[in-house]
Design a binder for this molecule. Structure first.
Ligand SMILES: O=P(O)(O)OC[C@H]1O[C@H](O[C@H]2O[C@H](CO)[C@@H](O)[C@H](O)[C@H]2O)[C@H](O)[C@@H](O)[C@@H]1O
Length: 320
């Protein structure tokens, strides 16, 4: 990426964070404090109906197919919080994810490090793909332990660079109140959420300067975050494909991958499902946004309800 491209992109990102216009389709950077008019909302819902309202139809389409569940973490299984270190999953949500995983192969795909998301979720027997899919772990085949084993780490060469950049950015941003840099092992996140809006441009500028020094990294954005990650062709969509392949079902017509996520980075996975013409993308959003997902849910409480209904449906089909 050229330096001018980076500057332009960062300016756009900061602008999109500021943009609270109710008539615009919003980026996930400006994720809250928004309202649309009813017509906009209705048109969007017509294109991306509620997965709860459409549950019966979704299940009719799923009949005879093996459902594979892919779940994002932040904003999907846990509520968005000011402090990213305290975005805990509730016991009730953990319980329903555990039940889901009893009946369906389940993976949690997150921008966080795999260790971090595992430490929050605390479930064994499922797959985890942290660092936006660059750190994939799955249940061991031995059944001797409940540990997950590493399946794929396409960016391991970048580990020293990410360590270095985390330290550089922590140093450069320490004078900006509220700014934090989160080490996500194979990538890193710069948090804007607790920074006063007057400090956003200065924070974004530090990210821009670091990108100049580390051209092998690329910039992405999420909900009030900028993220730096290796410039490799890998994302949550690739991780989804990798997991389908490793489960030996990538070519099967009788498989229905279901991906639920709220963030811009989840769009890579929704796009893969669209391109495969197989599977369901469900975006979690209270506001209208551009998405490749077919269905929508408003927030983690609706995600929980959807998962509960899925388990109930499965139990009924099994006569349990
Ligand atoms: O892929 P995800 O599991 O959705 O992870 C994406 C990022 O999520 C976290 O940041 C987001 O949630 C925080 C806690 O609610 C919130 O404070 C922040 O503003 C959100 O962007 C996480 O901290 C990041 O490392 C992940 O990349």
């Amino acid at each position: 990426m050229k330096i001018t491209d980076i500057s332009g992109k960062i300016e756009t990102l900061v602008d999109s964070l500021r943009d609270m216009s109710p008539t615009r389709v919003r980026s996930s950077f400006s994720d809250e404090h928004v309202s649309e008019n009813d017509d906009e909302r209705s048109s969007w819902i017509a294109l991306h109906p509620s997965a709860l309202d459409m549950f019966e139809q979704i299940m009719r389409d799923a009949e005879g197919k093996q459902i594979i569940m892919f779940l994002d973490y932040d904003g999907t299984l846990s509520l968005i919080t000011e402090d990213h270190d305290r975005a805990y999953i509730t016991d009730e949500m953990r319980e329903v994810v555990k039940e889901v995983a009893t009946y369906f192969k389940t993976a949690i795909i997150s921008g966080r490090s795999t260790d971090k998301v595992q430490s929050f979720v605390k479930l064994t027997g499922i797959h985890y793909a942290g660092s936006h899919g660059m750190d994939i772990k799955g249940p061991t085949n031995t059944d001797q332990s409940n540990q997950e084993e590493v399946m794929f780490q396409p960016a391991s060469d970048y580990l020293p660079m990410i360590d270095e950049v985390v330290n550089v950015l922590k140093e450069k941003t320490k004078s900006i109140p509220g700014a934090t840099v989160e080490h996500n092992k194979f990538c890193l996140t710069v948090h804007f959420r607790r920074v006063d809006e007057t400090g956003w441009a200065a924070l974004a500028e530090q990210v821009r300067l670091v990108l100049i020094d580390y051209p092998k990294l690329r910039l992405t954005q999420g909900r009030k975050v900028l993220e730096l990650r290796p410039s490799i062709k890998w994302d949550k969509g690739k991780a989804l494909e990798f997991l389908l392949n490793s489960l030996g079902i990538a070519e099967s017509k009788d498989v229905l991958p279901v991906y639920i996520g709220d963030d811009r980075t989840d769009e890579d996975a929704f796009k893969v499902l669209c391109e495969r013409g197989q599977g369901l993308g469900i975006v979690v959003s209270k506001t209208i946004k551009e998405t490749y997902a077919s269905y929508s849910l408003q927030d983690p409480s609706q995600v929980k309800e959807f998962l509960e209904r899925l388990v109930k449906w499965k139990k009924q089909t099994l006569g349990e």
